[in-house]
Write a protein that binds this ligand. Sequence first.
Ligand SMILES: Cc1cc2nc3c(=O)[nH]c(=O)nc-3n(C[C@H](O)[C@H](O)[C@H](O)COP(=O)(O)OP(=O)(O)OC[C@H]3O[C@@H](n4cnc5c(N)ncnc54)[C@H](O)[C@@H]3O)c2cc1C
Length: 584
Amino acid sequence: MATVDRKAATGTLTPAQALALAGAALAPRREGPTRVVVLGGGFAGVHAAKYLTALLGRRTDVEVELLSEENYFVFQPLLPEVAAGGIAATHVVNPIRELVPRARFRCCKVSSIDLAHKRVLVSQGEGLELVGVPYDHLVFCLGKVTSFAMMPGVSEHALAMKDLSDAFGLRNRVIRCLELADIEANPDAKRALLTFVVAGGGFSGVETIGELRELVDRSLKYFPRIRREEVQFKLIHSQKTILPEMPEKLGRAAQEILEKRGVEMVLGARVRAASREQVFLADDRSIATRTFVCTVGNAPNPIAKHTIAAGGFQEAQVGGRGIGVFETDAMLQCVGKPGYWAVGDCAAIPSPSGKGFCPPTAQFAIREAKACAKNVLAAIDGTPMVTFAFKALGILASLGQRSAVAEVFGVKLTGFVAWVLWRTIYLAKLPGFVRRLRVALDWTLDLFFPRDITQLQVFQHKRLDIHHYEPGETIVREGQIGREFYVVLKGEVEVLQGEAVVATLGAREVFGERALLEDTPRTAAVRAISAVDVLVMSRGDFRSMVTSLPVLDDYFAKLLRERHPDAMKRDAGSPSAGVATTDT
Ligand SMILES: Cc1cc2nc3c(=O)[nH]c(=O)nc-3n(C[C@H](O)[C@H](O)[C@H](O)COP(=O)(O)OP(=O)(O)OC[C@H]3O[C@@H](n4cnc5c(N)ncnc54)[C@H](O)[C@@H]3O)c2cc1C
């Protein structure tokens, strides 16, 4: 789940840069069991690892390692309810280690796939060291990412609905808007604060707006200066009927239910851009709002996209255009690439119906993972593989306020009955008995008590930090991937290459710029000589500042020339830092 392009801005390496950094320096692979490495801890990855380890039982000739950026699995279908405060955030997540206790787990960011040496390059640990994880079989379960790159301002000003922080952030934003609107004297500003806009009429957009409506309705009694008719909800959708994943009749039914509750449908419209205070549509209309949730903008995972291009994998095509996901055969193996498998949203798997590809849903990802696990072991053991076959059991969307639309085993349902079915099914699907119990309890309490309107501020990051170091402490390690830029505020530091001191720096001098500007690993270490305070700026902020201000760009270009005259002359292209290979 995803990695929003906001994360890319905080600056880790691109797949190509990681490969270049890794170079050929490679610790020899240890002999040992056949290694199956699963990439991604979402529906597909967790289930693939779970089924694989279950099938392996006590076998020790095969080991399974799961790599994921977060150490928890998110049950995405319940995120809109978390955003609306109906379920506590931690109740829809499970620690991956608890879900797949028999697989190894590595919390890390996959940076690239080194196909030539059969290793996954990951950045891990506090220093984000680049490490190679060897594999014999590789299962891609990396999902998709959210990218708002085609809509200016949307990355900066919209909220997504893809992971826990999005849901948590949205809930806080809504409560904050209600607080501000309650004391706002200017009618235009108040209207914008009370206008809630969601883009995307698919499942996540529809469920999000339905839940938002419920949250606001149930919170208004605490805000005496806000009248119900002052609050507006708008759902922007590019087609004429919402929920295109469902039969049209159910999409229209959902539309009617939401409209009756005061959700305005802005149909046949596309978002062009967003600013802090407005959403701009392609047809030149604009909507003043302070809460904009954008559920459109699914993009290929950059690791999948790069691997497909660099490794000659077959990319799935729709309408003659590549869609950035691995095309597999009916056995879930990447077409023409034995030992490489793909499951879930980053894969295009031929639909068992014979028409097109399987839909990118959790329901399919789980079944695909199961078939893939069987086939990976069949490939290792040289036994026959199974063909993926699954027919969706049904399709459901919750609309909040005790209503939903559903089609189960061909029967179409709307309203309260569909809602009860929705809750029953999702409760049953939630992994872990304790989580199920907690969600059931949340839902029961929610029937009788008001929503919690506490506005938590845990995600308010400081843009700049001050770190303190005592004499002898290392601030930057040689070979690390650069994450931060530093200004010495107080004290003195020494710059070391190996054991040799190459410079000392004092107050108002800077360090850490090279690795950030050139995407190289740290070429020197920095150690505190005295007690030191340093101002620390993140890689993303530093790079934005330098690229936006020519005066800083010039300053750092000059500084690099002065500090590294030899490297500058050498056309600093190919850093020689190696990558550790690990099977520990
Ligand atoms: C709000 C919402 C509601 C939904 N409702 C439903 C529903 O009701 N029913 C349904 O069937 N489907 C639903 N879906 C769709 C469903 O959640 C997805 O189809 C499913 O999550 C796909 O699983 P996946 O494992 O392929 O990808 P994901 O769940 O996206 O998992 C990808 C994993 O890869 C990891 N990853 C990615 N890149 C890297 C990297 N570089 N390094 C390390 N790790 C990485 C991520 O951290 C994540 O753990 C919903 C989705 C959303 C967002």
